[in-house]
Design a binder for this molecule. Structure first.
Ligand SMILES: C[S@@+](CC[C@H](N)C(=O)[O-])C[C@H]1O[C@@H](n2cnc3c(N)ncnc32)[C@H](O)[C@@H]1O
Length: 281
């Protein structure tokens, strides 16, 4: 797309609040006034790309344009913080494989189990889940399907492509990297068997529950390190949407620094020997 050059984008007073509220409504992501400069920094290039004269024009374009799907996809990419790595907050994933899965299979009479990782960013989390389950021998003993989704198209494309740099491996034991990845120059690629353990990679917006009903009916959902960017109201909307769709005793994992205390009473908190999981009441 052509970028308008040789001029500055007009930033009218009060536009930050308007944009913040619109982005909050459509994505759940919330910018406190102390971070309005970051918001403008991220959105300004998109407005320039669309040859807008003022940030207000871009606001109207986002708010009213009927076919704004492509613009909103760019906004989501621009706001997406894809900080993630293999083996992150691993105690929850080990607890899922060691405690929750056996209990779930006992309770359901070995019914197939669906696990959803959302947001998956560039794929490290669902691939970690697949490695832990494989190491525990679960794929031979049960029918387990892993789905992965993120709101950022760019993140999902990277996850599908499956190329990882050194930083992504900072917490993964080296022998697991050697077992599950092959080196391609300065990057590492998951072996085909591991990549195939993630059945689908999709783009979904957590603020639009109608987009993810089928995935949210999973008995195990990992939704970690997204709510730190959301307002309490949008966290509530998302977890209640999960609660509406998950089966009885569904298990929801949120990030170590995230909490549903005072957000919803539809889940109770359980201790998994040091890691925490929310269980649908
Ligand atoms: C820090 S990453 C979390 C990745 C992984 N779950 C982890 O814990 O390592 C945050 C991700 O949230 C995604 N995200 C933000 N808002 C979203 C929304 N409304 N719907 C879906 N994904 C969203 C971003 O695109 C980004 O990839």
């Amino acid at each position: 797309m052509e970028v308008a050059t040789g001029r500055k984008l007009l930033i009218p007073a009060g536009i930050q609040t308007l944009l913040r509220d619109l982005i909050h409504e459509r994505t759940g992501i919330f910018f406190d006034p102390s971070r309005f400069d970051v918001l403008v920094e991220k959105i300004e290039p998109l407005a320039m790309e669309r040859n807008c004269y003022s940030l207000l024009d871009y606001y109207y374009l986002l708010k009213y344009e009927e076919n704004g799907v492509a613009d909103w996809a760019r906004v989501m990419d621009a706001l997406s913080v894809q900080e993630t790595y293999f083996w992150r907050e691993i105690d929850q994933i080990k607890g899922m494989a060691g405690t929750i899965l056996p209990a779930l299979l006992r309770a359901t009479g070995d019914k197939p189990v669906q696990i959803w990782s959302v947001p998956c960013a560039t794929g490290e989390e669902p691939l970690t889940i697949a490695m832990v389950l494989n190491e525990a021998g679960w794929f031979e003993r049960a029918q387990i399907t892993i789905h992965a989704s993120d709101g950022s198209r760019a993140a999902v494309e990277k996850a599908r492509r499956g190329r990882y740099r050194e930083r992504a491996f900072r917490s993964l034991p080296p022998w697991l990297r050697d077992k599950y990845f092959t080196q391609q120059g300065s990057e590492w690629q998951p072996v085909a068997d591991l990549q195939a353990r993630v059945a689908t990679w999709s783009v979904v917006n957590l603020a639009a529950p109608e987009e993810y009903s089928a995935y949210a009916s999973s008995p195990i959902i990992f939704c970690r390190n997204a709510f730190i960017y959301f307002s309490p109201t949008s966290v509530k909307t998302v977890v209640n949407a999960f609660a509406d769709r998950m089966p009885a005793h569904g298990y929801l994992f949120v990030g170590a620094s995230e909490s549903l205390l005072n957000i919803t009473d539809r889940f109770r908190l359980d201790d998994l020997e040091g890691a925490f999981v929310y269980v649908k009441r």
